[in-house]
Design a protein around this ligand. Structure first.
Ligand code: SAM
Length: 287
């Protein structure tokens, strides 16, 4: 079952609603791209999914159709009756596998709301799983903090298949020397393998956003490249505020550096592995 553009419009109109810009409501109505998200998610019946921003439930219905247990968090209280009614009307009791949290996905600027994690982990426990997947067409303003927080603080998230702004996706995948290479992508790359699933034109959404979107798949590495992502993240932020300066000028010419890294190198020329070696050598010395 898929929600077409006219269905989405009818659903909202039936509740007297219009897409709300302040909540980043750009509804995906392109069935092919929806399928590509589902293919990348590779779900088995009983898998636990966290969906942030279900909107009218277009993606949610596909997740439930393949047997997933879905916890969704939606900030727009006006969408609660839309979602509740849609999910209750699904065949074969699919709606019984759906939990809706009405509220903000974030509690504070950088932390996922515990009211979202709690029912997600309860589903993980009750379904005998060890992990959950984040699958979502993310509201753009929460995408970066949400992914960073889930990757660092919630190791039970095994995968994220998310639609995000292309510019953020470029940062997640960025390689040394490129403009997009910086703390967010480097941190994520230490914890996850990052793959682009596809890029979508604004016309795939209603209303069309101003920017292109990309679906990325983050797959948690069996072993993270660093044991202390928080300390690493803090070091990265310090180094990258001076990304165009040489290490010698940021750290002092007397600072000992790992083999193969010279004082003339700039932070954004270092590979992820070199940055980890550098952060470990500096320890808490860096200010
Ligand atoms: N999943 C739908 C789809 O694919 O068409 C809608 C995606 S739309 C880009 C983003 C959704 O996230 C909207 O329903 C919006 O109300 C919701 N949203 C925005 N900010 C949020 C937040 N901080 N917490 C939870 N939901 C949020």
């Amino acid at each position: 079952m898929a929600q077409t553009l006219s269905e989405i419009k009818t659903l909202l109109a039936a509740h007297g609603l219009r897409p709300k810009h302040k909540f980043g409501q750009n509804f995906l109505h392109d069935g092919n791209h929806m399928r590509r998200i589902m293919d990348a998610a590779d779900l088995q019946a009983g898998d636990v999914v966290l969906e942030v921003g279900p909107g009218t439930g277009a993606l949610t219905e596909r997740l439930l159709e393949v047997g997933a247990e879905v916890v969704a968090v939606e900030i727009d209280t006006d969408l609660e009756p839309v979602l509740t009614h849609r999910m209750a009307g699904l065949p074969d009791g699919q709606g019984d596998r759906f939990t809706l949290v009405v509220g903000d996905a974030l509690a504070g600027k950088h932390t996922i709301n515990p009211a979202v994690i709690e029912p997600t982990m309860a589903r993980v426990a009750s379904s005998g799983r060890e992990s959950f997947k984040l699958i979502a067409n993310l509201p753009y303003h929460v995408a970066s903090p949400l992914m960073a927080n889930l990757a660092v603080d919630h190791p039970a998230m095994s995968d994220a298949v998310v639609m995000i702004q292309k510019e953020v996706a470029d940062r997640l995948e960025a390689k040394p020397g490129s403009k997009a290479y910086g703390p967010l992508g480097i941190l994520i790359q230490t914890l996850c393998e990052v793959r682009t699933v596809g890029t979508l034109a604004p016309g795939c959404f209603w209303p069309p956003p101003k920017v292109a979107s990309t679906v990325v798949h983050l797959k948690r590495r069996p072993q993270p490249l660093t044991d202390d992502p928080k300390a690493f993240s803090a070091t990265l932020k310090t180094l990258f505020t001076k990304r165009r300066k040489q290490l010698g000028s940021i750290l002092g010419r007397d600072t000992e550096l790992p083999e193969g890294i010279s004082h003339d190198t700039r932070p954004d020329a270092l590979t992820v592995e070199q940055l980890i070696a550098l952060a470990e050598m500096l320890g808490s010395d860096i200010k």
